[in-house]
Design a protein around this ligand. Structure first.
Ligand code: URA
Length: 434
């Protein structure tokens, strides 16, 4: 028997049954169910059942587009059309040591493309961009829309907290999916990510879909399907969208942890830094510039000659940060040593991410604080020769009682062998509009 009030256009049970029986949902059903759920008319248990039916039976391209549009319509939409520059943004599905946004946003702004990067905090083993930047003394994540526009007009790049007005239906749905085993449904992941990105109002979008042990998507085929779904959604919404599939079987760069990653980003902005971080920053910057109508720029030169660093300083200072401040350092360190002579053949991203999290760099619940200085520093990457007893990792924390659990996370997380492994490419695939 229905529990839906008769003044409503549809009955939630009919929508659930339609998807359960493998039918496509109509535009009107989708618009209604998202709106009615946001208003509290569709009950949590009904939306749980519908999510599960979507996970099991899927949705076609037009259904996912409409579902995404309905989530966007649940909140506000930003408008950057008044800016004198085109806009481009990047979204990463999240990985260990993924600090790319930090050098990338100012680098792209060097070429007169504005970067409105609305970011989040970390939860679980992957870090959050805002947590990283908050290790810079004085830096402020929350900006008004006017402050954001002023920054896009001035330095040209802003990394700030997404306001609660963007796609509020997604926040409610995501929390529900988290506790009902339905996070993994590709239509739901794609619409969740893209509703926020499209509502943010960027003209061009580059997706960095991570693949491997430290990523949300462990498997290349599923990552490719997610990337294709998101690229189609962006394209259908008029956003010039492209995706790179990139390796996340080992951490990016040589650091995982908030201030540690800011320090490494500064090395990249100063023209140095680990080659994988530089290469991915450059590849994503080239994609963002091309998607925004500025192909063929010499992006590496802007890292080498300090132009990207200049934008970084202006961007940090505009948000109250002291670009010259000494970054926080953890009070205690402990080293993990190589067990034998040979080659490091594997250093697992997930193990390092969990260790960094247990050391205090991440949070288990949304309201938990993070330690700015905590994390893991790598002294070798897969393919490097190592000697027995040489430091492989340095663990950093303010609370030394955390070392034991971090070391447990790293047990079985790396291998040293006689033979070098075949090198894994950093960029595994590229998915463009079809
Ligand atoms: N990130 C999101 O924003 N939504 C998802 O569903 C998964 C990852």
């Amino acid at each position: 028997m229905s529990t839906t009030p008769s003044t409503e256009k549809f009955d939630a049970v009919d929508v659930i049954v339609a998807k359960r029986d493998g039918h496509r949902l109509t535009d009107a059903q989708i618009d209604w169910v998202i709106d009615a759920y946001t208003r509290g008319v569709v009950a949590e248990e009904q939306m749980s059942a519908l999510n599960m039916a979507i996970l099991l039976n899927g949705m076609d391209r037009a259904e996912i587009s409409r579902w995404t549009a309905a989530m966007i319509a649940s909140g506000e939409r930003m408008d950057f059309s008044g800016l004198r520059r085109p806009t481009a943004d990047k979204h990463s599905t999240g990985g260990v040591g993924d600090k790319i946004t930090l050098p990338l946003a100012p680098l792209v702004a060097v070429f007169d493309v504005a970067v409105p990067q609305l970011s989040g905090r970390g939860l679980g083993h992957t870090g959050g961009t805002l947590d990283k930047l908050e290790s810079i003394p004085g830096w402020r994540a929350a900006l008004s829309n006017d402050e954001m526009m002023a920054q896009l007009d001035g330095p040209g790049a802003v990394i700030c907290q997404a306001g609660s007005g963007l796609a509020p239906a997604d926040r409610k749905l995501y929390a529900l999916r988290d506790v009902t085993g339905t996070v993994e449904a590709i239509p739901l992941i794609a619409s969740s990510i893209m509703s926020k990105k499209i509502a943010e109002g960027t003209g061009a979008l580059v997706l960095d879909v991570k693949v491997g042990s430290g990523a949300f998507m462990k498997d290349l085929d599923r990552a490719r399907e997610l990337a294709r779904t998101m690229v189609d959604l962006g394209t259908d919404a008029g956003v010039n969208t492209v995706a790179l599939l990139t390796d996340m079987s080992t951490p990016l760069g040589l650091t995982a942890g908030n201030a540690l990653e800011v320090r490494e980003s500064l090395e990249v902005l100063a023209g140095g830094g680990p080659s994988d971080v530089v290469d991915l920053t450059v590849a994503l910057a080239e994609e963002m510039l091309a998607a925004a109508g500025r192909p063929g720029e010499d992006v590496r030169a802007a890292l080498a000659d300090g132009r990207a660093m200049d934008v970084w300083r202006r961007m940090i200072e505009a948000q109250g940060g002291d670009a010259d401040a000494t970054l926080p350092v953890a009070r205690h360190t402990e080293q993990v040593l190589a067990p034998a002579d040979g080659v490091l053949t594997r250093l697992d991203a997930y193990a390092v991410g969990i260790a960094a999290w247990r050391l205090g760099a991440g949070r288990a619940r949304k309201e938990d604080p993070v330690q700015a200085g905590a994390g893991v520093e790598l002294h070798a990457k897969p393919g490097d020769a190592v000697r027995a007893g040489q430091p492989l990792l340095t663990l950093h924390t303010d609370t030394p009682e955390r070392f034991e659990r971090a070391n447990e996370a790293l047990e079985g997380g790396f291998d040293v062998a006689a033979e070098a492994p075949a090198a894994t490419p950093l960029i595994l695939d590229r998915i463009a509009a079809s």
